[in-house]
Ligand binder design. Structure first.
Ligand code: PMP
Length: 354
């Protein structure tokens, strides 16, 4: 152990972020960014920056952005929380809502899921139980009806892309009333229905979203949570205990413009959904098994070929995808849906490898 750092640091198994190489020559389909870029109105808004917008502290509560989001979802600004990317929002939610160490009532999430969840549990010393997916890689919500200190899952799940219908979530909330249910909707806009419509009915529901995917702003780092005002107050207390200015002025201005340009948002999401379906058909013809995806990525396994070999052969051809070698998802590739042209390059490269 290093004598200067806390013993806790030795115990940590931090998250390994996806590779972020220079993109000039690469077709980057490994971290689920949006190939279309944000609405041009976002850049315009950011370019309005003045000396004062950099010199002065920003509004710590991002009031105007909260109001914009509240208008968009027909909720109240007090029901909105903002953070520096949804990873930060999730970290705060784990600390504010899930930090329990009751062995009899672990926090529940699926196995397989977003790999940051066990990392937060390690950081905050949260006892958890990772519940296996069913044989079709689906989350089976009846497995979550046991004593727990909170439930969290992405919808659609990552990295599978499989969606749970909003009525199934409502059903879970009917039965699980004693603890918080966090639905991480990072990929909800690519064909799913948000559970935000349920927050007024269920005070224990927190819906987390990001502007990194459907609004193509991964570089701006804006995430949000929506829920009952009491839950949001819990998040604010933790936030204000370590960083009361999570969103800078440029991020606030850009995020407002992104929410306001609904036409651009609808068009680009629809393009990704359409292109996803074409990509799925092309890969199925090349003997890939493809899980049904409601996200901007697909989770696929070739019936014969090794995933690591495929990923490295694709890389040699300038295309980066993620491959997985852990037990349940061994031999799977996760491929971000790119532009029509990028998807074609991917299919051509796979034909070449086969
Ligand atoms: N949740 C899920 C399920 C994700 O896949 C990601 C992206 N890695 C995030 C949250 C975090 O996204 P961001 O911090 O860019 O908002």
């Amino acid at each position: 152990m290093n004598k200067y750092w806390s013993p806790l640091v030795d115990e940590l198994s931090p998250y390994t972020p996806g590779e972020q190489p220079k993109v000039d020559k690469l077709v980057k389909l490994n971290t689920n960014e949006n190939p279309y870029g944000p609405s041009p109105k976002v850049l315009e808004a950011i370019k309005q920056a003045t000396t004062d917008s950099l010199r002065l502290y920003p509004n710590p509560d991002s009031d105007q952005l909260k109001q914009t989001i509240a208008n968009y979802y027909d909720i109240e600004p007090e029901q909105v929380f903002l953070g520096n990317g949804s990873d930060e929002v999730l970290a705060i939610a784990f600390q504010a809502l899930l930090k329990h160490d009751d062995e009899e009532r672990p926090v529940l999430f699926p196995d397989v899921t977003y790999s940051f969840y066990p990392v937060y549990c390690g950081l905050y010393e949260i006892v958890y139980d990772a519940i296996e997916l069913d044989e079709l890689f689906q989350i089976r919500l009846r497995d979550y009806l046991k004593p727990n200190s909170g439930i969290i899952f992405p919808n659609p799940n990552a990295p599978t892309g499989i969606l749970l219908p909003v009525d199934a979530i409502a059903q879970l909330l009917e039965e699980n009333t004693e603890s918080v249910v966090i639905v991480d909707e990072a990929y909800i806009d690519f064909g799913g229905e948000s559970a935000v419509s349920l927050i007024n009915q269920y005070p224990n529901l927190l819906v987390v979203q990001t502007l990194s995917k459907s609004r193509s702003l991964a570089g701006l780092r804006v995430g949000l949570a929506m829920g009952n005002a009491d839950l949001i107050e819990a998040l604010n207390r933790v936030k204000n205990s370590f960083n009361s200015y999570p969103l800078d002025r440029l991020a606030q201005a850009g995020a407002i413009a992104a929410f306001e340009d609904t036409d651009y948002f609808d068009e680009t999401c629809q393009a990704i959904i359409d292109d996803r379906e074409d990509l799925v058909s092309a890969l199925e013809q090349l003997q890939f098994k493809v899980l049904p995806s409601a996200a901007n990525f697909i989770f696929v396994r070739h019936l014969r070929l090794d995933a690591e070999m495929l990923a490295s052969q694709l890389r040699k051809r300038g295309i980066i995808v993620r491959y997985f070698n852990k037990a349940r998802i061994n031999q799977f590739l996760r491929i971000t849906v790119g532009t029509l042209e990028q998807n074609q390059l991917l299919v051509d490269a796979i034909v070449d490898i086969l």
